[in-house]
Design a protein around this ligand. Structure first.
Ligand code: GDP
Length: 699
């Protein structure tokens, strides 16, 4: 493809809070550009970009999905993204690979939690951004209120470049503040709206003038010469405003606010024009810092059609509806179908068969994909989200996409016993596709733990396991990794003697047990003098103690932080054996631990919560009610506070849900294991009772 063609490309993501209308906006854009023949509806489950049955069932976007369209003389690559915290992975990956973010805001609710989140991500990736205030046809929609909220949250450089004409059900068009013209959208014959250009209505003239002045003020600053002219009170030419506006958008000095209604198809064509005129093409953004693998240092990658090929994988899926696919965005050069591609992150070469262009779930084969293009290839071997694909002769690596830590954990097991292998295959595949899922086996409790971004995220994962991999799984709250220890120094005798007929068994030891400092684990000391227990049997005593420690005397939890000193015993020349001394060791432990004032320990985690100032009180109250200890507080900028605390694991399995409900989703937290502490007596009693009941029900 020539450079000229690449200059026509615009690649952007639709992001924002769930329900703001991202999918509907994509649908309207596709309809207006004649890519579809009807305007799909969320309610009817027939939109182009929400096609997965999991999405149709829930009426929300779970996976990012792709669309493309041609508009006048340009072509757009669009990624429709999920708007819920649980599925943030796709939103973050999508923002990482586009050139612009369209932040869709609901005209009724205005700025919401996820609006803030996508703004933060876009800022991190230094993306040009525009706002689209949607749903202006709805009752109680208010463009001014939404714009004010945008400014309050994201600064005064968010500036309306359009005004709505009419409100709620009378919403009928927009004033273009750059052209200073009004456009009315009226239902036409073919389902499309007829657009009529008129003068700005009288009642909006003054507002339009003031609003335009604001645009001029902000964009003039982009160019010194233009700024001088502006300060001298001269009128700027249309050309000057347009050039400065585009430059200011690219450099993120202005964030235009546009408006419309996706479902009534009002303002969409104007929005498409705006994208064509003001969004940067894939060659216009700054070079990207990447790692040059041969040189072993950072280098700058030019966004150039004639340069060696490079692309970043932003999604990998195994899906019965679209097959196994690897999605990537091209930054330089091009990739031909039926060729080879090198994955520099995994150091593996892959054959490329067909390359597809995706329109929702529909794939069409294309002969090559070039700068600014998004390609999908039947799943490449060993290729994961975040990997770099490039020319083997010019190996580079993009910085990896970083993902937030998972915040909710559940324990899972297959419903039928024979399904363990199937489950482990499914889990591997799921983890490959979704880096916000973490899976591990808890050594203490023996459970398989799966951690994700929230309840819905984990529900979807369970559904995928069942529908896609055919394993039904049961979920439960993970068990707490309790431990036991002792508090007193005691001496105990362990004697195992069976000497009735035939070869007998004889093992006999005296062991002193004493508590050690938290975190010290276990220590065995051999203080036998004069061979009262021969050397070869002493390690067996240790083995016996260690094995018995795995099931503590109070509630069957592993015993930790004790020292066992073997100081006396006896043996029998014929009947003694390693086995007998092992049993003796274990008997000594059981007796000793029971006398040594045993207690139950629970895992304590370091918790860090970041919340807006106003939730501080509630957060602290909640941590106290969870038996937590506040360790400190810090201001972390932008009106947010970090609260540090230590909390018992037992109280924290549903914290992501609690925090979300206290802060309406505005809080974030991380948790790391810190140490073990004694469980309060009343709770210890409950744990012991429960263990007893479980032991009884097992026998
Ligand atoms: P997303 O979650 O941001 O992708 O939002 P959707 O496109 O799924 O839309 C959420 C709901 O809002 C659906 O019921 C849509 O029909 C509705 N909706 C979207 N855009 C508009 C609009 O412009 N006007 C009205 N009245 N409803 C809309």
């Amino acid at each position: 493809m020539t450079k000229k063609n690449v200059e026509k490309v615009r690649i952007f993501a639709l992001v924002g809070h769930g329900d703001a209308g991202k999918t509907s906006l994509a649908e309207a854009m596709l309809f207006d550009s004649n890519m579809t023949t009807r305007l799909g509806k969320i309610e009817q489950g027939n939109t182009v970009t929400d096609y997965d049955p999991k999405e149709v069932k829930r009426g929300i976007t779970i996976n990012s999905s792709l669309a493309y369209l041609d508009w006048k003389n340009s072509s757009f690559n669009i990624i429709d993204t999920p708007g819920y915290l649980d599925f943030i992975i796709d939103t973050r990956s999508s923002l990482r690979v586009v050139d612009c973010a369209v932040i869709v805001v609901c005209g009724v609710s205005g700025v919401e939690v996820q609006t803030e989140k996508v703004w933060e991500y876009s800022e991190e990736f230094q993306l040009p951004r525009v706002f689209f205030v949607n749903k202006l046809d709805r009752e109680r929609a208010d463009f001014n209120r939404a714009s004010e909220m945008i400014k309050e949250n994201f600064g005064q450089n968010a500036v309306p470049v359009q005004l709505p004409i009419g409100t709620e059900e009378n919403f009928q068009g927009i004033v273009d503040l750059l052209e200073m013209k009004a456009y009315y959208f009226q239902p036409g014959k073919d389902g499309k709206n007829q657009i009529e250009e008129r003068d700005i209505p009288e009642d909006l003239k003054d507002t339009a003038k003031i609003s335009r002045q604001k645009i001029v003020e902000v964009v003039a600053e982009f160019d010194d010469e233009v700024l001088m002219k502006y300060l001298d009170g001269e009128e700027l030419t249309k050309e000057e405003i347009l050039t400065c506006l585009k430059g200011a958008i690219v450099e993120q000095k202005i964030f235009p606010i546009l408006c419309g209604s996706a479902t009534k198809n009002i303002g969409i064509e104007s929005f498409l024009d705006f994208i064509t005129n003001y969004f940067p093409n894939p060659l216009e953004l700054p070079d990207i810092v990447v790692n040059d693998i041969k040189e072993g240092k950072e280098t700058k990658l030019k966004r150039d059609v004639d340069a060696p090929f490079s692309a970043l994988v932003f999604k990998t899926i195994a899906d019965p509806y679209v097959g196994n696919l690897t999605y990537f965005r091209v930054y330089s050069g091009e990739l031909d179908s039926d060729s080879q591609v090198y994955n520099s992150s995994q150091d593996i070469e892959n054959k490329v068969g067909k390359i597809y262009r995706m329109q929702g779930k529909e794939q069409s084969a294309i002969s090559k994909v070039t700068v600014g293009g998004i390609g999908a290839i039947a799943k490449l071997k060993k290729t994961n989200t975040g990997d770099t694909l490039c020319d083997k002769e010019h190996p580079i690596q993009f910085k990896r996409i970083e993902y937030p830590e998972p915040i909710m954990r559940i324990a899972i097991s297959p419903k039928s016993k024979g399904d363990e292998d199937k489950l482990s295959i499914a889990l591997n595949r799921i983890q490959e596709e979704d880096p916000t899922i973490q899976i591990h086996r808890d050594e203490d409790t023996g459970e398989t733990i799966i951690a994700g971004m929230g309840e819905s995220h984990l529900d979807v994962v369970m559904e995928v396991m069942e529908k896609k991999f055919g394993v039904e799984v049961e979920k439960s709250t993970p068990k707490v990794g309790y431990k036991e220890t002792i508090r007193k120094q005691v001496q105990a005798e362990g004697k195992y003697k069976k000497q009735s007929g035939g070869r007998g068994q004889y093992g006999h030891c005296f062991v002193e047990f004493e508590p050690m400092e938290r975190g010290k684990g276990f220590e065995f000391v051999d203080k036998i003098v004069g061979g009262v227990i021969p050397k070869q049997y002493r390690p067996a005593v240790e083995k016996g103690i260690v094995e018995a420690m795995r099931k503590g005397v109070l509630a069957g939890y592993p015993t930790i932080d004790i020292r066992a000193t073997l100081f006396d015993g006896s043996y029998h020349t014929v009947d003694s054996s390693e086995m007998a001394f092992k049993v003796a060791g274990s008997l000594a432990f059981k007796k000793g631990a029971a006398m040594a004032d045993p207690i139950i320990l629970e895992p304590i985690y370091n918790l860090e919560v970041v919340v807006p100032q106003e939730y501080m009180g509630d957060i602290i109250g909640d941590i106290n009610s969870k038996r937590g200890k506040i360790m400190g507080m810090d201001e972390s900028g932008k009106g947010k506070q970090t609260i540090k605390a230590q909390v018992p694991q037992a109280e924290m399995f549903r914290y992501s849900i609690d925090l979300r409900s206290i802060t309406q989703g505005r809080g974030a937290f991380t948790m790391r294991f810190s140490h073990y502490e004694e469980v309060p007596p009343q709770i210890a009693q409950e744990i012991i009772e429960k263990a007893k009941q479980e032991a009884e029900s097992e026998t």
